[in-house]
Design a protein around this ligand. Structure first.
Ligand code: NAD
Ligand code: UDP
Length: 314
């Protein structure tokens, strides 16, 4: 095995920290760059004594120079609550961050993977979503700082590839959950579990009829590793998600059942531009990466519930 030097931006976040664990387990050397906007030291604290792990506090809207073999570009707040907190900064992180990381990849001839998102499909009019669907995004809506930022990042990735031969890999991640989500992250799975464990009301936005397809984090990490290792001329974009689709009401009922909580469901207004449906078509990932998700919702939710119970002392 060849020990590679790997840069992970956003490595102190939920997905990034799991990716780093996997890369170190596979015998690589990892440099984590994060500005701790939504990440937590707690997610990487267990790695601080590992001589093959290095942490650098840095904001990727500023240039960064290092010699590595591979770059995973994950830095960007992912929860609607956090990416809408400072929308201009969210655009800067996606766009200037992509320019900085692509410039670095070009200079050092590294492979670079972009953590793009199902949000590039917006509120999709095609269902399930395939990679050749261009999406339905409101360019001036509340979610556009994230959606359009990620769309421009994809544009930059492909133009650096065509113009400068940068070795790119683009994955479109669908809703992912699991241990190490921040309890106040604001995304639906962590919100419902934390509310259920604390005996608080479970907050459904809208009537709960909107759908999402939830992927457990371990499956995503396997997909990311396979994508980075795929044949050089396979750039993506490729969907990485679990095609099992649930309504938000069904998710709430499952969390209530699995936690055994006495919490009641309450209804709030649906945020603007909230997509009504979302489900990945993963035939491309199956074909090119021989990848498909293994962990289904009940099993993944139980693991996540256990995590929140242990970290919140419940
Ligand atoms: P997260 O918020 O837990 O992690 C993002 C990390 O990026 C945090 O540690 C944060 O501090 C860091 N960060 C933010 N702005 C930064 C900047 N300017 N410079 C340096 N670091 C910065 O979110 P996550 O769920 O782990 O998502 C990771 C990536 O995957 C994101 O790019 C996200 O868009 C993408 N993604 C995630 C999901 C999902 O469901 N989890 C779905 C689609 C796409
Ligand atoms: N949602 C909800 N209650 C919450 C948090 C979210 O009903 O406490 C809904 C939200 O409106 C959306 C879905 O759950 O329809 C998924 O939301 P999340 O923020 O997790 O991700 P995204 O909307 O980006 O897919």
């Amino acid at each position: 095995m060849i020990r590679k030097k790997v840069l992970v931006t956003g490595g102190a976040g939920f997905v990034g920290s799991h990716l780093i664990d996997r890369l170190l387990k596979d015998g690589h050397e990892v440099i984590c760059v994060d500005n701790y906007f939504t990440g937590q030291k707690q997610n990487i604290i267990h790695l601080m004594d590992n001589p093959y792990f290095e942490y650098i506090r840095h904001d990727i809207t500023m240039p960064f120079f290092i010699e590595v073999d591979e770059i995973y570009n994950l830095a960007c707040p992912a929860s609607p609550v956090h990416y809408q907190y400072n929308p201009i900064k969210t655009v800067k992180t996606s766009v200037m961050g992509a320019i900085n990381m692509l410039g670095l990849a070009k200079r050092i001839n590294a492979r670079i993977l972009q953590a793009s998102t199902s949000e590039v499909y917006g509120d999709p009019k095609v269902h399930p979503q395939r990679e050749d669907y261009w999406g339905h995004v409101n360019p001036i809506g509340k979610r556009s700082c994230y959606d359009e930022g990620k769309r421009v990042a994809e544009t930059l990735f492909f133009n650096y590839h065509w113009q400068n031969n940068v070795k790119i890999k683009v994955i479109r991640i669908f809703n992912t959950y699991g241990p190490r989500m921040h309890p106040q992250d604001g995304r639906v799975v962590s919100n419902f579990i934390v509310q259920a464990l604390q005996g608080n009301d479970i907050t459904i936005y809208g009537d709960g009829g909107q759908t999402r397809s939830f992927q457990f984090v371990d499956d995503l990490i396997e997909g990311m590793i396979r994508m980075m290792g795929s044949r050089e001329d396979f750039t993506g974009p490729v969907n990485i998600g679990n095609p099992n689709e649930f309504t938000i009401k069904e998710l709430a009922e499952k969390v209530i059942e699995l936690t055994g909580t006495k919490s009641k469901i309450i209804y709030h207004d649906l945020p603007s531009d909230d997509p009504m449906q979302r489900q990945p078509d993963i035939s491309l990932a199956k074909r090119e990466l021989n990848w498909e998700p293994k962990v289904q919702l009940n099993e993944g939710l139980l693991k996540t519930i256990e995590y929140f119970k242990s970290t919140m002392n419940l």
